[in-house]
Design a binder for this molecule. Structure first.
Ligand SMILES: Nc1ncnc2c1ncn2[C@@H]1O[C@H](COP(=O)(O)OP(=O)(O)O)[C@@H](O)[C@H]1O
Ligand SMILES: Nc1ccn([C@H]2C[C@H](O)[C@@H](COP(=O)(O)OP(=O)(O)O)O2)c(=O)n1
Ligand SMILES: [Mg+2]
Length: 238
């Protein structure tokens, strides 16, 4: 269910993909009715233009879980910034200790480092559809990405979830993560409010934000997510 919650605007900024350029779009869509605007038939696959989705939301808001369903249904490649950083720690790379200490403190790793890891994965992939999960987490992340890639995302999903629900989920996550403890979670929530919400507001103003109610069962939440992508006429897997 979707409804328009803010005014109409034209996208006039520089964009790598020509498909959405100057397209008339709405500032923000919030789940309310299943009717969301049908995008014109796209040529993403033929053109191999990267289709970039940023997946935002606080810790435990369900980003990774919903990304798995988008991958299953629409064949995206899922790049979790946090997962790439954890892999870097595990590989004992030169930056590993710094990344570990940053994550333990609930802080944000320097943008250039995270972007380098994302970029490497994108270059290794044959796919053109990417979910970049947990990125950008700050205005600095966002600006550095735009500068390095010379592109903006096509879609930004934002999983809106109350803090108490996020804390409950993170404490039950059981993945042995160094940052899934109450002290670090409190710090991460503060960092989320201070640094990530400005990014959310930026994309709201740009007309790219799809705000998803992150409370409910996984399937209930995915029912709000699916129409965002079907509106782009990607092939749906059966
Ligand atoms: N809708 C939901 N209801 C209850 N638990 C959920 C829901 N979605 C995800 N979870 C669980 O909550 C935890 C955090 O989800 P996750 O997808 O890892 O969130 P994020 O990537 O935003 O931190 C995981 O253990 C996951 O299985
Ligand atoms: N863009 C990013 C993404 C994650 N990080 C660091 C800081 C985050 O607290 C941790 C974990 O991120 P991750 O996205 O895996 O966390 P959640 O799935 O939201 O619980 O990684 C970062 O520094 N910069
Ligand atoms: Mg995650």
């Amino acid at each position: 269910m979707w409804r328009r919650v803010t005014s109409v605007s034209h996208l006039t900024f520089a964009h790598k993909s020509t498909v959405n350029k100057n397209a008339c779009t709405f500032k923000c869509w919030e789940s309310f009715t299943t009717e969301i605007p049908r995008k014109e038939k796209t040529t993403y696959q033929r053109a191999k233009t990267p289709f970039i989705t940023f997946v935002l939301g606080g810790p435990g808001s369900g980003k990774g879980t919903q990304c798995m369903k988008i991958v299953e249904n629409f064949g995206f490649t899922h790049l979790s910034a946090g997962e790439l950083l954890r892999r870097e720690i595990a590989s004992n790379s030169a930056d590993g200790i710094m990344i570990l200490n940053t994550i333990k403190e609930g802080k944000i790793v320097p943008s250039e480092l995270t972007i380098k890891l994302i970029q490497k994965e994108m270059e290794l992939s044959d796919n053109y559809k990417f979910l970049i999960d947990g990125f950008p987490r700050s205005e600095d992340n966002r600006k550095a990405f735009e500068q390095i890639f010379g592109a903006e995302p096509d879609v930004v999903l934002f999983f809106d979830c109350p803090e108490d629900e996020m804390v409950k989920r993170v404490l039950n996550r059981n993945q042995g993560r160094v940052d899934d403890n109450i002290d670090t979670i409190k710090k991460r929530l503060k960092v989320f409010t201070a640094l990530n919400l400005p990014v959310v507001n930026h994309y709201l103003e740009k007309g790219k934000l799809y705000k998803i109610n992150g409370v409910g069962t996984v399937d209930e939440i995915y029912k709000q997510v699916h129409p965002v992508f079907s509106s782009f006429h990607f092939e749906v897997r059966v």
